[in-house]
Design a protein around this ligand. Sequence first.
Ligand SMILES: Cc1ncc(COP(=O)(O)O)c(C=O)c1O
Length: 404
Amino acid sequence: MADMLSSMFNRYTPITSFCPSLSGIEKHVIKWLCETVGYSNTTDSGGILVSGGSTANFMSVLCSRHIKLKEPENYHKGLVYCSDQTHHSFLRGCYLGGIPKKNIRLLSTSIQSNFDIDFIELERQIAKDIESNAGMPFLLVCNVGTTNTGKIERVEEYIRIAKKYDLWLHADGCYGCCFTLLNDYKLKYFQHMGEFDSIAVDPHKGFFIGYGLGAFLIKKWKDEWTTFSFRTDDIAYYPSSSEHTDNLLSDKLLSDMFDMGIENSKDYKALKLWLPLQIVGVKTFQNYLEEKLSLSDYLLEKLKKIEHLEVISNSLTITNFRYFNSKGSSMEELNKINKELLLNFNSNGKVVISQTYLRDNGCETLMYVCRICILCVRTHQEQIDELIKNIRASVEFITKKYFL
Ligand SMILES: Cc1ncc(COP(=O)(O)O)c(C=O)c1O
């Protein structure tokens, strides 16, 4: 409905003074998101609505390189630090932002480390890079809810290290930051989000909004403005909506969104979130999140009881498992068996699950696991029961085929 209304209005909103009402709603939505994820200083913080997390992650690279590396001549020297659980969109963003692949320091994680990086190793790597003049360390990423396992990384450690080495600290909270709507999660995981220089969050994930709504949020909106605003005397431009203030940067409310990102004309996204907030309210979002979390707990308990099924991880609403048989199968053999299990499962035509690879320490070959992420607004108890029934059937199929 929001998309339909936006298309019907079909208003040009990147310049505030051309459409103050819709532009105002957009800024209100951004302010709400900033407050929700933990930027308590809503005067300084800001951001922009984008099509999804990939763009938001890309924008973090563009802002951080502009603020920390300063001159374009330095971009290829920029060094980035993140865990090997980082979403590929961020790595692509680095590459598109002129950071060579060899400059990305991927720190390894494993099932045994509970998907935490080794922070001593991270500091050692940064210090070594500085000492050997390998480049310019500038950007550190903390995954606040990874795609693979739902892991919320150790935020406070990242904050400490970013401060110590003066790095831009970005949070990929595309999936995980939505859980900040729940008070007990906010207290446990999201207390320090205000310390991040930028945050990517996807309302089209955990806020159950239709696809096409991500957000890039930033601690100091002026950093975003100086990165993207390209007003110059050499090129004709629209007068800024805040020009009468004599200071382009003096009033965020009068700023123009085309100064805050990559695009100019674009679809109007704010209604997608603003309307549900007005119509059903935040409580409905919270209820859905709580439902998905308790379905995830329910699933975990059921999976634990299935013979030959090993739960590898369970965090937020993501659960990974694999078929396991103690009859001495190697990792390669088990991976093959688990691929077959997934194929068998997904051919049921009713419920589809995904897969990923995780590191099992001491084993060169990565572990193939089946992955379930419960985040669809239409997934309820009935679908989970169907899922469990089908998993049982596929596990039996594998046992009969290989182990009886
Ligand atoms: C943690 C994380 N970051 C970034 C993205 C990319 O988001 P999008 O698909 O909205 O571009 C995803 C997508 O699944 C994700 O899980």
